[in-house]
Write a protein that binds this ligand. Sequence first.
Ligand code: PEP
Ligand code: MG
Length: 325
Amino acid sequence: MIEKMSIYKGKPAETKDGVRIQLLVNIMDAGSVEKIFEVGADGVGLFRTEFLYMNNKKLPTEMEQFSIYRSVAEKLAPMPVTIRTMDIGGDKEVESLHLAKEENPFLGYRAIRICLNQTEIFKQQLRAILRASAYGKIQIMFPMISCMEELEQAQEILEDAKTELLAEGIEFDQGILTGMMVEVPSVAIMAERFIEKVDFFSIGSNDLTQYTLAVDRQNEKISGLYDYFHPAVLNLIRNSIEACIRAGKPCSLCGEMAADIQAVPILLGLGLRKFSVNPSLVLAVKQVLANSSVDEVKQLAIKACETNSAEDVRKLIKTKSGDGC
Ligand code: PEP
Ligand code: MG
């Protein structure tokens, strides 16, 4: 199986009927960049920057961050690198922020909520990302947006950071694209309105599943309930993808689901054309894509959205794979 997959190393991701798919990777440090060349991916769809904060007794400085973001952007240029601003909290603790323990950390003070409260730390990260954008094709992405005000405030702070750099005569990509994660149901439901305000979406199926189904993604006792094949989750994904298609803006999916070989045909059928996965799974995803044709999977995806349960979706996938779809 491994040997067979290696034939996809030098090939672009493409479906059986010749539709080119952008296949990106998720990384959390500059060290993973070489793997992108090894597997022949199209860039970075998700750079999880919180790890720069987590493995440190002190907060990383603007210069420290700038040098990491710059090295990734430079090595990969002209491939895109989507840098997600820090997604601290929930399961990700940062010693130097001295965050209080919470009863419901996943519903509490996390990610963009921390950034909008500790704006100096946020602005420092935005300045570092902007400065690095002069050296490659960087895009900025905000995590855990749940309402329009959060997005607007984040964008205002980004504009402040740009104004500061301009005043200081520091170069950055003035046309830098800015997007957001769709990982809270409120956003997926209002996808049409959110996409008007950003350049792209990236669906975070890990959190979207957790929040849609009210199932802690890490609680083993209820892991049977955590299922991204649940039609409620599929319909929210569909709504987000379709909003992007109508707006003519890109949509990717960067949660674990993007690399699940059973989920890939459904996502493709829902119209997804950008997948972001762990580097070790790129070849497996290329293989599934190469064996799927867009016309066939469209029907599968629509039927999956119309079922009543995740179990029904799994049954449907089983029947379809028997049909050679
Ligand atoms: C997600 O929620 O799907 C996601 C990609 O973000 P993280 O797993 O880092 O929360
Ligand atoms: Mg998430």
